[in-house]
Design a protein around this ligand. Structure first.
Ligand code: TUI
Length: 309
């Protein structure tokens, strides 16, 4: 089996989450330049915005990078063609089934790494020839599945014979080592990158992550089929109330979520914004340069120190 760093062409077996409105060209290039695998997170962006961001990354780094496609987006199909036109080498997907795009991407030589929230889903996609899987536990921020990283990763590792990337709840070398112990080939990180110098979000958002305690995240939308983990605030409580109404439309809620995410990201509005973050926010204590975050995860790993990785 090819190692993850061989598949990705990176120094570290660490990839960046596809955080909507946050994973811009700037963040992507900063992660790739620091030795990780950066990605543009398309979120709800249209194809022109994604094209512009891809061109920016090509200016900012000569290192490998990828594109994360949020499959609930109305622009997902157009972006699925754009990544081929732009010669993107690696696509990760989230929030849905990438099945209808697989053959097209594989024919174009694109490596496909979907996020999966369950074993059944992992097996189905592995059979279809995807190159690796991101196995994301419910500790993660944003749109999530139900199962914890600690239980899901080993079950997927046993069920497939492609590399598994563990995600959800990992913010330091201890989480990295735990992931490797569970059989993963690498990790995906998101929340800890929010508290980085290079992350292009409002400083209030970064400081809210640093201030977060273990119990500060909650999951909204569990009863609507689109569970999203955020930092508890006025907006999250409002959203929870709204979803108690059985007749509320899913599209309406998604618009509210992505719209209010922008309030948090750009305006630093910590009351009315949707502050997406994972449970690892409680572990994040300082705002640091991305190269320090990645180096401390990898170089402090016991597996790396022992020469096993
Ligand atoms: O996608 C994410 N995290 C996200 S996407 C996002 S933007 C958004 N905001 C509000 C509502 C919806 C989206 C913010 N954070 N992570 C990857 C991920 N994928 N987590 C869980 C899944 C997933 C869930 C169900 C993947 C596949 C899946 O399959 C469903 C099916 O039956 O196809």
């Amino acid at each position: 089996m090819k190692s993850l760093t061989e598949i990705l062409g990176t120094k570290y077996p660490i990839i960046q989450g596809g955080m909507a409105n946050i994973a811009t060209a700037e963040l992507c290039a900063a992660v790739s330049n620091a030795g990780g695998f950066g990605l543009i997170g398309c979120g709800g962006w249209d194809v022109d915005k994604v094209r512009t961001e891809i061109h920016k990354v090509k200016e900012l780094t000569d290192k490998p990078f990828g594109v994360n496609i949020m499959l609930m987006s109305p622009h997902a199909e157009a972006i699925s063609d754009l990544v081929i036109e732009e010669g993107i080498r690696v696509v990760t997907t989230g929030a849905g089934n990438p099945g209808i795009y697989l053959t097209k991407w594989q024919d174009a030589g694109i490596k496909v790494i979907p996020v999966v929230p369950s074993v059944a889903y992992a097996k189905r996609l592995a059979r279809k020839g995807v190159d690796a899987l991101i196995v994301e536990g419910t500790e993660a921020g944003g749109h999530i599945g139900e199962i914890t990283t600690f239980t899901l990763v080993p079950q997927v590792v046993d069920a497939v014979d492609i590399p598994v990337i563990a995600a959800g709840g990992i913010a330091d070398h201890r989480g990295f080592d735990a992931a490797i112990s569970l059989g993963a080939s690498g990790i995906q990180i998101g929340t800890v990158l929010l508290a980085s110098d290079e992350c292009p979000i409002h400083v209030n958002y970064k400081e809210r992550i640093v201030k977060a305690r273990d119990t500060d995240t909650i999951v909204t939308g569990r009863n609507t089929g689109a569970p999203v983990r955020v930092i508890k605030n006025k907006m999250a409580k409002q959203y929870l109330k709204l979803t108690e109404d059985k007749n509320v439309k899913l599209e309406e809620l998604e618009k509210l979520t992505l719209g209010s995410l922008r309030k948090a990201v750009f305006d630093g509005n910590m009351d009315e914004g949707s502050i997406m973050a994972g449970q690892s926010a409680g572990m994040v204590k300082t705002i640091r340069p991305i190269k320090d975050i990645l180096a401390s995860i990898y170089e402090d790993s016991h597996y790396v120190k022992a020469g096993i990785l």
